[in-house]
Design a protein around this ligand. Structure first.
Ligand code: NDP
Length: 448
């Protein structure tokens, strides 16, 4: 019998926490999870999943327009934000239920309240209940970073975007990363005037420049405005409820909504980490070793709270590796090499491996293959949007070390090609593969 109430106590029931808890329980551990908001975490409740549903909804704007060229006569389509919002939120409820069920089926005890570490192996719940655990896993994720300037409290973040009462007519988005570009596309397709305000002159810093330049060009064609090298000075509320924004680097503007999309900060406040001396980094992230163990022997952390790679599938792998290591005597680490990623912008971006710049710096001699093409559907629709696919090859080994794409369905196409890059296949292997014709993906086996 353990001397503790639980073998594992997980704080946070997001992607990483749920996976770790359920697998630890399957390995025979007595597990509890505390979650102060909803089971499922950012990805399921207010991130990737509902966002993707909005992206699908947004795409109909273009599809309905394009349909005319494909012979369809439609009455003037109307968009009902509330209907989409409520459908999406309804599905989020369903998923919240499924995640809860998964934990319950594995006999994981769920505390729907906050938990704080209050001593060695000891946690205190918001209700005052004190529990002990042999191991503690912190999987509290991250929260949207809010900028700090006069009137910043009038701005929303992506958390609130899913619950808006009305679709704002004019939206200003701060930031030029994933969330800014994804929501710029969503709002734009739903008919809002969108303006992105970015402190630097680059969008999507970690992506290949060719792709971010192409996204900028297409976004401008769609009517999205950009202010680069611009910072916020103030926001004041006008009498009619709209917001007056002053900036350094751009003219003042009136908008109906300002949304911060300026990164996500590890959620570590009020967890009692200082009480037991868990080491944290510059932005509060929990520092861990390759097994996700902190400097305190029995405390581990996975997912966004560690600020390693802020992506759901990575958090899930970290949670799985932790549970296998600690509760199945099967030490596992996560391989962070060649992680594919996608931005669900309009159009989508997807990438795996090194960008052209990174490859030049690291490998020296590389070959870059490129296909700059207009997808067939866009040609028929009369839509002047070009896709761009880039392949980066190490000259010394012929290995494909990076693939970068912007165009329709890039994320779907990339997942399969990511296997090839991860497996270390060569350009000759790609060339030896017969094309599927006609498709967009075939471009990648026809690069000359
Ligand atoms: P990103 O890191 O992608 O982008 C942050 C943006 O905000 C950058 O343009 C950055 O500028 C800017 N910024 C950062 N700090 C400040 C500041 N103090 N003042 C002004 N601008 C600032 O973050 P997001 O918020 O878009 O997304 C958070 C994370 O969530 C992503 O990094 C990603 O890991 C994950 N995510 C993944 C998605 C996906 O997989 N499709 C979708 C959404 C989120 P600069 O470039 O100068 O640093």
């Amino acid at each position: 019998m353990s001397d503790y109430d639980f073998d594992l106590f997980t704080i946070g029931a997001g992607s990483g926490g749920v996976r770790a808890s359920r697998v630890a329980a399957a390995h025979g551990a007595k597990v509890a999870v505390a979650e102060e908001y909803r089971v499922g975490g950012t990805c399921v409740i207010r991130g990737c999943v509902p966002k993707k549903m909005l992206v699908y909804g947004a795409h109909f704007a273009e599809d309905l327009e394009d349909a005319k060229q494909f012979g369809w006569d439609l009455e003037e389509p109307k968009f009902d934000w509330k209907r989409l919002r409520d459908t999406v939120l309804g599905d989020v409820d369903r998923l919240n239920g499924l995640y809860t069920e998964t934990l319950e089926n594995h006999e994981v005890t769920i505390f729907h309240e906050r938990a704080e570490i209050t001593g060695d192996h000891e946690l205190t719940l918001a209700s005052g209940k004190v529990v002990t655990a042999k191991y503690i896993l912190v999987a509290t994720g991250a929260e949207p970073a809010r900028l700090d300037f006069p009137g910043a409290e009038h701005a929303i973040t992506s958390n609130e975007a899913f619950h808006l009462d009305e679709m704002p007519k004019r939206v200003m988005i701060a930031g030029g990363g994933y969330i800014a570009n994804e929501f710029a596309g969503i709002f734009n397709q739903f008919g809002s005037q969108v303006c992105i305000v970015n402190r630097g002159d680059k969008l999507l810093r970690s992506y290949d420049e060719g792709l971010s330049d192409r996204l900028l060009k297409i976004s401008l064609m769609k009517g999205i405005q950009f202010h680069f090298n611009t910072t916020f000075e103030s926001i004041t509320k006008n009498d009619d409820g709209s917001l007056h924004v002053t900036m350094n680097g751009a003219e003042e503007m009136d908008v109906d909504c300002v949304m911060f999309a300026t990164g996500r900060t590890p959620h570590t406040k009020g967890l009692g980490l200082e009480t037991v001396g868990v080491e944290q980094g510059k932005i509060g992230e929990i520092l861990v070793d390759e097994y996700s163990k902190t400097n305190v022997d029995y405390i581990y952390a996975v997912g966004d709270v560690t600020n390693r790679v802020q992506l759901t599938p990575v958090a899930i792998r970290e949670g799985q590796a932790f549970a296998d290591t600690v509760f199945n005597d099967d030490p596992k680490t996560v391989d962070y090499g060649c992680i594919p990623s996608a931005v669900f912008s309009h159009p989508q971006i997807a990438a795996v491996g090194m960008t052209e710049g990174e490859a030049r710096n690291k490998l020296g001699s590389i070959r870059v293959y490129q296909s700059d093409f207009r997808p067939m559907k866009n040609v028929v629709a009369g839509r002047n949007e070009r896709g761009l696919y880039k392949m980066i090859v190490d000259d010394a080994t012929d290995k494909v070390v990076g693939i970068h794409m912007i165009g329709p369905e890039s994320a779907e196409i990339m997942q399969g090609f990511a296997v090839a890059v991860k497996a270390g296949l060569t350009k000759a292997d790609f060339d030896a593969t017969t094309a599927i014709h006609p498709s967009m993906a075939e471009e990648l086996v026809l690069l000359k």
